[in-house]
Every structure is written in C-alpha cells, then in structure tokens.
Design a protein around this ligand. Structure first.
Ligand SMILES: Cc1ncc(COP(=O)(O)O)c(C=O)c1O
Length: 422
C-alpha cells in the first residue's frame, strides 16, 4: 500500500488521500472532487509558465526543467514504489544516460549484467568507455561473478532482472549487499515487470530504471523513461543532469503515459498469466529447442523469482526454435496474429528476433555468451486470447517446418527480412 500525493495538471495538489493499492494509484491522477473539473486531467502543453512579478518562484518555470503533466506522472511512478517522485525522460535510454552521467566520472568502473537491453550495452561499451568509464560485463545470475568483478573504483552495479532477452533471474538483495560493501550504488532495469510485479527498491536497489515506452505506456504511443529512487541527493543530481542535457519527457507523452498507466495492473497481470500458459505449452512442443520464462525457473532461480516477483512473472517469453537463422526468419514471417517489431510491452502480441534486432550491435560472441542464439525469439504476450496466440505459433512452426522439408538449396537472402537495429 502506498500513499497518493495526487497532483492535478495545475500546480494545486488534489485531495491528499488514504493509503491505496497500486491498482488505485494508477487510476488516481486527474481525479478531482471539484465541481466541473474534467475527469481526465488536461495536458500542460506549454514550454513556459508566467510569473506575477520579478523574483517570484513558481513551482514550474520552463518545461525543460519541470512541467505539471510530467510532474503528475513522476508523482505517480514514485508512489508505485513508495519512493520520491520519479525523474521522467524522453526515452528509456535518455534516463539511463542521465543515470550514468549523474553517478559516474572518468576513471570510474561499472559492473553490468551481460543480460541487459542491447542499447544499455552499446551505451556503456561504445560511448561511456570513450569518456573514461570502464565496464565489466558479468553473468549476473551468478552472484560470485558479480562480487569478483568489483574493483576499488567500482561506483555502480547495473542489472536487469528478468534479463533481456533470456529472462535469467538476478538476486537484487544479494547485489545490494555487494554494492554496499563496495560503497557503490545498485540500479535495476525493471522495464519488463514494472512496479506492479517487482519493486527493486524494496530489495535494496538504489535506483529503479524504466523504459516507460514498454509496458507502462502499454499502447505503443509514447516514448519515455523514468528513474525512481528514495535518495534525495541522487534525485537532485539526476534532475541537474536532466536540466543540463535537456532530456525531459514531453508533456504530451507524459499525459499519454498517465492514461496508459490506468490499466497497467490489469494488463500486465492478464498478459503475464497468458505468457505462463504459453511458456508451458512451448516447453512441451517438439519443434521448440528451449523456452525461457521465470515461471519455468527451478531451484535457486525459482526461489529468487518467487521472492522478488509479486504474484506473476511477466509477459515476456523467449524461446529457441529448432533449425537455423533462416528457420527463425521463416517462422516469424509466417505469423499472422503476432507482429514482428523491435518492441515489448504493448497490448498486442509482439515478436522480436534479438540477434538481428535489439542485440545486433552486441558482438556475436558476446550474444552467444548470454544465450542469444540465431534462433532465439522474444515474444511479448498481448491481450489476445491464449488459444489464438498458441494457434498462430503452431501454424507458423508448421509453415517453417514445411518449407525446411521442401528446401533443397541454401535459403536465399530474401527469405530473411532486413531489419534496422535501434
Ligand atoms: C529493458 C529495456 N530497457 C531500456 C530500453 C530503452 O528504452 P527506450 O527505447 O525507451 O529508449 C529498452 C528498449 O527496448 C528496454 O527493452
């Protein structure tokens, strides 16, 4: 249960309220009890805000620094983790960039999980290293490996759990202990589970990281990122970096995200329930090489998932089909209901081929080292019926197999669609 500090899109707070569940918090913003107020809060689509005289200090002055619509989203995202108001950004990667700039300087060292979003790897490996910030990538499902990678100049541990896209589980509390011993900070990319299914700060993380572009918006209409912390010094530093670099989210995207958030609890629970059924179905299918979903975890990984996750294990399922790169391409092209995109977290079922899409910038040997084979596919389960999604996968597997049986020559290049790496 959290407290709602509910800001309207004006600078006046709405009624202070009782403690509410996450479900109610997501619906709270924009609610007003005043006569004639709109049920849905308006967008503060203004770059700047007026002053009554010289020397006044209104809460919002210029939208690169703060904006009422963005502030409303920040309040709500903070409430979902019983934290300070979030800092919202134009994209998830803008949030990560601000995090790194806020906490690191030349000569510092980062320990980062190998199983993170490919863009995070690219940022650390191809940009931050040029600024003199070195990163060691580790198998974060192995706590000993994380501990061994820590150096005297390590300032940050960065993990994503479940991992992207192989869905390995990392023990947040164990990482927090390692970080504290090293006087470093722990940041957790919680994009896949959202605060509805996992609250990293509860397990000792210092910062929760979000691409709100994914499940939090949920409708594929608004880019955004957010950083959530309970440490005022860290938050102030992050906001300073955001002001310097101009990476704040637009008011319109914050407003769209607030509307998407209203159904986040319902969406992510329904999508996760379907994902669990599909993961179990895939695990029984003879055309499937392997399946990855936290609901299938065993032993210690299962114990950690059960402790960290709130009831369900997320809507992303990864699996490898039997065959080669071309077989994976034929499979995704034969799908009718599931759509091939570089994205997760929407209401529609989406599929990604990480080797050629999200992780194309990660060198092949590194991809293989974290289990991203040429036939790995990442399914982001939507709100269609379970039976219809399974039927679509089934018929695409059959189509891919039929083609394999017929093909006598090497598959041609055009059997594999060129996809851009973002
Ligand atoms: C887990 C994760 N974190 C961060 C990002 C980056 O977010 P954005 O695309 O909003 O910059 C993504 C994007 O796919 C992601 O999947």
């Amino acid at each position: 249960m959290s407290r709602i500090h509910n800001n309207a899109s004006t600078t006046q707070p709405i009624q202070p309220s009782e403690a509410f569940s996450a479900d109610s918090i997501c619906l709270a913003r924009g609610r007003s009890t005043s006569d004639g107020d709109p049920l849905v809060g308006p967008i503060a689509q203004s770059t700047t805000f007026c002053r009554s005289g010289v020397g006044t200090n209104p809460e919002h002055q210029y939208s690169r620094v703060s904006n009422p619509s963005v502030a409303a989203l920040e309040e709500l995202l903070g409430n979902l983790e019983d934290a300070l108001p979030a800092a919202c950004f134009g994209t998830g990667l803008a949030a990560e960039s601000a995090l790194f700039l806020a906490l690191l300087k030349s000569g510092d060292h980062v320990v980062c999980a190998r199983g993170v979003y490919g863009g995070t790897t690219r940022l650390l490996q191809q940009l931050l290293n040029e600024l003199g910030i070195e990163t060691t990538f580790v198998d974060a499902t192995n706590t000993d490996e994380i501990r061994a990678a820590v150096q005297s100049n390590t300032k940050l541990l960065f993990i994503e759990t479940p991992a992207n896209p192989t869905l390995g589980i990392t023990d947040i509390a164990a990482c927090s202990t390692i970080a504290k011993e090293a006087a470093a900070l722990l940041a957790v990319d919680n994009t896949f589970l959202t605060p509805i299914l996992q609250r990293p700060l509860d397990h000792g993380a210092d910062i929760s990281v979000y691409s709100t572009t994914k499940f939090i918006d949920g409708h594929s209409v608004a880019l955004g990122g957010a950083l959530v912390t309970n440490d005022q010094t860290i938050l102030d530093r992050i906001r300073f970096i955001r002001k310097c670099t101009g990476a704040i989210q637009s008011p319109f995207n914050a407003w769209l995200t607030l509307n998407g958030l209203k159904t986040l609890p319902l969406r992510i629970r329904a999508q996760s329930t379907t994902a669990t059924t599909i993961a179990n179905w895939l695990a029984e299918n003879q055309d499937i090489q392997s399946v990855f979903h936290p609901a299938l975890a065993q032993g210690q990984a299962k114990a950690i998932a059960d402790r960290q996750h709130i009831g369900l294990h997320g809507a992303v399922v990864s699996f490898e089909i039997k065959g080669d790169y071309q077989a994976a391409c034929r499979f995704v092209e034969a799908l009718n209901l599931c759509t091939l995109v570089e994205h997760v977290g929407s209401v529609e079922t989406l599929i990604t081929h990480p080797a050629s899409m999200t992780h194309a910038d990660v060198p092949r040997d590194q991809r293989q080292a974290v289990g991203i084979s040429d036939t790995l596919l990442r399914l982001s389960v939507g709100l269609e019926t379970t039976d219809e999604i399974i039927a679509d996968i089934q018929q695409a597997l059959q189509a891919a197999n039929a083609h394999t049986a017929e093909a006598s020559a090497e598959p041609t290049a055009e059997s594999c669609r060129e996809v851009a790496n973002v």
